[in-house]
Design a binder for this molecule. Sequence first.
Ligand code: CIZ
Ligand code: SF4
Length: 312
Amino acid sequence: MSDTIDLVKEIKRLKKEKNAVILAHYYQVPEIQDIADYVGDSLGLSQKAAETDADVIVFAGVHFMAETAKILNPQKTVVLPDLNAGCSLADSCPPESFEAFTKQHPDHVVITYVNCSAEIKALSDIVCTSSNALKIVESIPDETPIIFAPDKNLGRYIMRETGRDMLLWDGSCVVHEAFSIDKLIELHKKHPDYKIIAHPESETHILDTATYIGSTSGMINFVKAHPKEKFIVATEAGILHKMQEEIPTADLIPAPAVEDNTCACSECHFMKMNTMQKLYDCLLNESPQIHVPENIIERALLPIERMLELSK
Ligand code: CIZ
Ligand code: SF4
């Protein structure tokens, strides 16, 4: 316990000394969320990264998120507590095969979900997050064909909501595909007064059970609008920390995962690689740093800026 107290104190001291900002995703462990200057979803975190005047950005999230912060701030030092904090969804879209795919469809506008590598962003026309995906797809003229990558579940959801046909990349997130529909139905039978809310990275059969479908920040806002209600929450379980803190009167249960999952709910082991000790170490040593090649930064910046512009 005393270790934790010292780490909190030391991280705060170093943050001031180095003019650093700590940006944390909702899926981070509670201690990291508690010490962060800002906790949010991919969109909120990129907006904060774009406007910060800190010299050092400590990105408590996964690699592609820290890369986005670096692309927006090439002059700044961007550190990630654990460089191995990757993402199964980003990994499901390797740049060589994706480039070949886009070349087969040169007339298509390429929209990529932010959960992808900097190389994939560099091959894109516009980036989106789950908070603005519908708006971004709707900004493309009806007659223009679209490639959407890398998340097929989010892609299918957008197609259903907008009525637009899109060519989908076959990628997905292990965490959002780990929800068990049988266990969810069983849980809902036991608690019929709970409403199901889900992230659109989840599979269609899970989304079909949901009263509300939206990004992590969308889900928090939905619960805020119904503060006395009860919810089963189908996204990474780390979100329950902020959700419960912001809406203490709501009753929340994480959606159950399949039997062989690491926990009864669904947790992203990449997100959980970051610890308070690693956060302290990376701030102290200004390492490990995120480096993105200059030619990739040049090409990846425009599609990210287009997204930020459309999200104002
Ligand atoms: O699954 C993720 O990585 C999500 C939901 C990120 C985000 O904030 O949109
Ligand atoms: Fe990637 Fe899924 Fe983890 Fe998000 S929850 S970082 S999409 S593996």
